[in-house]
Ligand binder design. Structure first.
Ligand SMILES: O=P(O)(O)OC[C@H]1O[C@H](O[C@H]2O[C@H](CO)[C@@H](O)[C@H](O)[C@H]2O)[C@H](O)[C@@H](O)[C@@H]1O
Length: 280
């Protein structure tokens, strides 16, 4: 069993005790005290039938821009997607991000960091997967810079074969790669890449350092980040149903947008109250 499958087990074993997050659940904190880490698919962008149909709604992009300004740059996307996809999906914004489940990081000053994997091994894995997936109607192979995802959302009857294919493609490459399960997808990613490690990395650098981290995510890959966030006394938010290590829960991407919007309303109301107090 790989580390990530263990994470899967840990998530399933956790009691379903994440509490519903509302506008008044948390003590009020100023934006300059907070750092936001947001997953992409299923969190900022609703889940859709194929990866290339995914979009971050314009209203969410506007909210992210306001948040970025309010937090003086302490907002990052933390995704399993390829860097090029994150650039495309967040345009016209250019928030810092972790791509490929944390294997690559683009920091606040645009500096990039990356895990390295042997390119010939990745090419072998992809060739093996593509040679079989082509015979499974509906299966989608998503090639990424350091990994490959095998989607079965449109080929649910082939789930078992697809999982088996990922396991067999990994054989002989386990020193550098590992399996990452996700929503109707099985991926082969660089060994050791994790969203938790990416969040820890961001939290060691300005402007994130010293703030209370907030992480929202919907999938198994987000569980490593929830654990790190909890250990940092941060705010971990699971989007959607399912067992989780997160302490808070929101129903879906629109609920996350509404909660982020409510932070601005609370902030504005508090500022107005302070002004009235000052005048008295
Ligand atoms: O960490 P994330 O930003 O959530 O990325 C996880 C994977 O998301 C994408 O796949 C998922 O979303 C697709 C679009 O909604 C959906 O069709 C698919 O079934 C989901 O698994 C993306 O394609 C992957 O590369 C990401 O790793």
């Amino acid at each position: 069993m790989t580390a990530d499958l263990n994470e899967d087990h840990a998530a399933r074993a956790a009691p379903p005790d994440a509490r519903l997050l509302t506008a008044s659940s948390l003590p009020r904190r100023a934006f300059h005290e907070l750092a936001f880490f947001l997953d992409l698919d299923g969190t900022l962008a609703p889940i859709v039938p194929t990866p290339d149909q995914a979009r971050i709604p314009d209203a969410t992009l506007s909210l992210l821009e306001r948040l970025y300004v309010a937090c003086a740059g302490s907002v990052a996307i933390v995704s399993g997607r390829d860097a090029a996809d994150i650039d495309r999906l967040q345009a016209p914004l250019s928030l810092p991000y972790a791509a490929l489940h944390g294997a690559q990081i683009k920091g606040p000053a645009g500096r990039t960091e990356s895990i390295e994997v042997p390119p010939d091994e990745l090419a072998e894995i992809i060739a093996r997967i593509e040679s079989v997936a082509g015979r499974l109607p509906g299966a989608i192979v998503e090639r990424k810079a350091l990994s490959v995802a095998l989607h079965y959302r449109n080929a649910p009857r082939h789930e078992a074969e697809i999982r088996q294919l990922a396991a067999s493609a990994l054989a002989g490459h386990g020193a550098h790669f590992e399996v990452q399960e996700g929503k109707m997808v099985v991926e082969i990613k660089p060994r050791g890449a994790s969203k938790g490690a990416a969040v820890e990395r961001f939290m060691r650098i300005a402007p994130f350092q010293g703030r209370t981290p907030v992480f929202a995510g919907d999938d198994l890959t987000d569980e490593s980040a929830f654990r790190i966030i909890n250990a940092m006394n941060g705010i971990s938010v699971k989007i959607g149903a399912g067992p989780t290590q997160a302490l808070w829960r929101l129903d879906d991407p629109p609920a996350l947008s509404a909660w982020l919007g409510s932070l601005f309303q609370t902030h504005a109301a508090a500022a107005a109250a302070d002004t009235i107090k000052d005048r008295k």
